[in-house]
Ligand binder design. Sequence first.
Ligand SMILES: Nc1ncnc2c1ncn2[C@@H]1O[C@H](COP(=O)(O)OP(=O)(O)OP(=O)(O)O)[C@@H](O)[C@H]1O
Ligand SMILES: [Mg+2]
Length: 247
Amino acid sequence: MSAAAIAVRGIGKHFGELKVLDDVGFEVGEGETVALLGTSGCGKSTLLNIVAGLAVPDAGELWLHGERAAARGERRSLAYMFQEDRLLPWRTVQANAELALEAAQPRLSAHGRRERAAAALEMVGLAAFAGHHPHQLSGGMRSRVALARSLIGEPGILLMDEPFSKLDPQTRAQMHGEVLRLRALRPTTILFVTHDVEEAIVLADRVIVLAPRPGRVREIVNVSLPRPRSATETDVAEAVRRLRLLV
Ligand SMILES: Nc1ncnc2c1ncn2[C@@H]1O[C@H](COP(=O)(O)OP(=O)(O)OP(=O)(O)O)[C@@H](O)[C@H]1O
Ligand SMILES: [Mg+2]
């Protein structure tokens, strides 16, 4: 069996007296999409920050593609889509998309950057808005820019922290379609955080349910329903209902 894309082993984390994570362990296979589901404050963002190398655990190990990862530091081929879109207001959509490449591939020429950014914006249906500034976009369009920016460096691993929680249900469903379409175009390992049981069932191959205070794995649920999944289908609604009982 090949090594998991992400292996979290015995991770623990305190902030002062507060024990936030306790002996958290799970794996995400190459190309798999996994949801981290849990109540507010149970340590989901902290866990994602540890995987991204932005926070240092007090205990445990993190392995990426079969290699032990340093507790802190840059992760090659990993993109992190934060809960806020973090677009720079003074940069156009195109220049915001290019920003990720400036960091990830500093040797790429300006022309190369432009082309890659244009292709990424095309992929999320925003080619016509490349010259706009963030304040001229709707919330859904801003999310699309953030998604394009996350994918532009062709990451092997994509982390997303409640990326669509501020969108209305219809736009959120569109973004789910977008993620699934992009995942089919280019196999990517996705680990995402959500409060939303329906989002977990619609997107994920597996759902890791976290228990709070301190955060730990309560249950791991396989979702083997055929795709695309719509919340209006009976099987999907039933899976949502059963998962809700575990959270
Ligand atoms: N840098 C920090 N310093 C001190 N405490 C922190 C820090 N980051 C998080 N915490 C605390 O750790 C706990 C878990 O926070 P975290 O942001 O990981 O939760 P979460 O599951 O992502 O919550 P939410 O769903 O509301 O985003 C919270 O009680 C929070 O106050
Ligand atoms: Mg959070």
